[in-house]
Design a protein around this ligand. Structure first.
Ligand SMILES: [Zn+2]
Length: 278
């Protein structure tokens, strides 16, 4: 079995503030430790399902170097570091049997802890075919392109609710509940890890190909990206395939029938916004 893990940080139990998950944060050591524990619990779950599983972990948060690769269980390989062309989905291809979304969070407009959609200082909202989406559904474009099932998603209640419409049979692993954007009610890390291990194993012991775990986005993707300011939308409209919305100055519209190409263009948008706000 070949398993891809995309791990973010905001949806890890016990995390409630940027200070815990930014490298300059005064509590970053705690965030890294909580993240590594959950990651290893998930890997243990994969190994329960298949003790010889081939596992790739793509660090998908911030500067994408949040864990010690030597601390990973099961001989898992890791993809870490910045400027990965496929970002949170770097490394995935059609050879994988399943993808796992760990520590994910809700979209910018959701009532979820540390909510954002890739870049909170630039992107206000993203819609795919008219539906507001979070990073989970955006990243699922890549999984859908390669037809890789998304077996499990972990994070808070809102994150799971946001994704389950797209993949009704994905196994949800809820480790916390958002109270505000900066407060959450978390399970004890030990309990969260126990749940993650068990649910990961269960999620992989199913006939994933027979389940609704690959979102069906239809033959044509229309992605509407609304920014905080009109100039950000205009700057991103230089990318081929992106047009400004004539009725809404802060929105750029990205269309295409190739899910991977749409995702790539979206990554281009994110990279441009980074240069605009940083
Ligand atoms: Zn993150």
């Amino acid at each position: 079995m070949k398993i891809f893990i995309s791990i973010d940080a905001e949806g890890i139990a016990g995390v409630s503030d940027w200070e815990q998950i930014r490298s300059s944060g005064d509590d970053y050591a705690l965030g890294r430790s909580l993240l590594t524990r959950e990651l290893n619990a998930v890997i243990d779950g994969v190994l329960m399902a298949d003790e010889s599983a081939d596992i790739l972990v793509n660090d998908s948060h911030g500067a994408m170097r949040n864990f010690d690769p030597a601390a990973l269980h099961g001989g898992a390989s890791s993809l870490t570091g910045r400027h990965k062309p496929m970002y949170m989905m770097e490394g995935l291809d059609a050879s994988f049997d399943a993808a796992l979304f760990i520590g994910y969070h809700g979209s910018m407009g959701a009532r979820a802890l540390l909510s954002h959609t890739y870049n909170p200082r630039a992107i206000w909202e993203v819609k795919i075919n008219g539906e507001v989406v979070g990073e989970s559904a955006i990243n699922a474009l890549v999984a859908a392109y390669y037809q890789v099932p998304i077996a499990l998603i972990s994070g808070d209640t809102d994150t799971i609710e946001e994704f389950i419409n797209w993949a009704p049979d994905v196994t949800p692993a809820q480790v916390k509940q958002s109270i505000t954007r900066f407060a959450a009610l978390s399970l004890h890390p030990e309990k969260a890890c126990a749940i993650l291990k068990e649910k990961t194993a269960q999620s992989l012991q199913r006939d994933l190909r027979a389940l609704r775990v690959i979102p069906s986005f239809g033959p044509q993707i229309t992605m509407e990206i609304t920014f905080l300011t009109a100039d950000m939308a205009a700057a991103c409209a230089v990318i081929r395939g992106i047009e400004l919305d004539k009725n809404h100055k802060r929105t750029a519209i990205l269309t295409g029938d190739d899910y991977l190409a749409v995702f790539r263009s979206f990554v281009g948008v994110v990279q441009i916004t980074r240069s605009l706000v940083e």
